[in-house]
Write a protein that binds this ligand. Structure first.
Ligand code: BG6
Ligand code: MG
Length: 221
């Protein structure tokens, strides 16, 4: 029997709406390479690490072999600088609706809280939005071997919390992230639309629709 001991959050597209900024930054980079990044690619890039995202974009542009490894690093740095300029003024105002209420209620009820984001900008955002104090653990993307859809980052978070994966709920906006949660043996909650998150049983439109009672009931069923 499962019981709720911890909630492990993704960041981009869950606690804040930065999926959009990530995509806009990639779009700008692609434009510089004379490639128009189609909007449909947004879903495919969600949850995917910086370098893997670049590889996907270069493949879509038919440019897989055009750049050396060090040029690819320069391209990802270029994208990251655009992205950083977009989030530099983030404050608590940029938290998704309902995020703060949920974090407060988990804390008050002694449910552990962790972050499982592959973004290297995550510590900056937690701090800028004033929520880092809620987190019992933040998994370090530099320490994991495989990105989402592999379970590594969620398992790392559960291990830091010392909570068995089957008593954790993972909250994600990415198809790859839901796969990662399931592969970790956790229960996923999707943020977004069922059309994109067809691999997830419970999908809600935002954190405003998530509360402790719902999570407890869902994991115990
Ligand atoms: C994920 C985002 O959370 O982090 C991806 O969904 C992003 O779009 C990835 O590529 C890596 O982020 P960063 O900030 O390290 O480039
Ligand atoms: Mg995400």
């Amino acid at each position: 029997m499962r019981r709720l001991e911890a909630v492990i959050f993704d960041l981009d597209g869950v606690l804040t709406e930065t999926s959009r900024q990530h995509f806009l930054a990639w779009k700008q980079l692609a434009e510089g390479l004379s490639f128009m990044l189609p909007d449909e690619m947004n879903e495919r890039l969600k949850g995917i690490s910086r370098m893997e995202s670049l590889e996907i974009i270069l493949e879509a542009a038919g440019m897989t072999d055009r750049f050396t490894e060090s040029e690819k690093v320069e391209l990802t740095n270029f994208k990251n600088n655009i992205y950083k300029s977009m989030i530099k003024k983030f404050t608590k105002e940029n938290l998704s609706e309902g995020a703060l209420d949920l974090l407060v209620s988990l804390r008050e009820n002694n449910i552990k809280i962790a972050l499982a984001s592959v973004s290297k900008n995550a510590p900056f955002l937690l701090n800028a939005m004033g929520i880092e104090g809620f987190f019992d653990a933040v998994a370090d993307p530099n320490e994991i071997k495989r990105g989402k859809p592999a379970p590594d980052i969620f398992l790392a978070a559960a291990e830091l919390l010392k909570v068995p994966p089957h008593n954790c709920i993972g909250i994600e906006d990415a198809f790859a992230g839901i796969e990662a949660i399931k592969a970790a043996g956790m229960i996923p909650v999707g943020i977004g639309r069922k059309e994109e998150l067809s691999n997830c049983e419970l999908v809600v439109s935002g954190l405003r629709d998530v509360n402790l009672k719902l999570l407890m009931k869902f994991i115990e069923n």
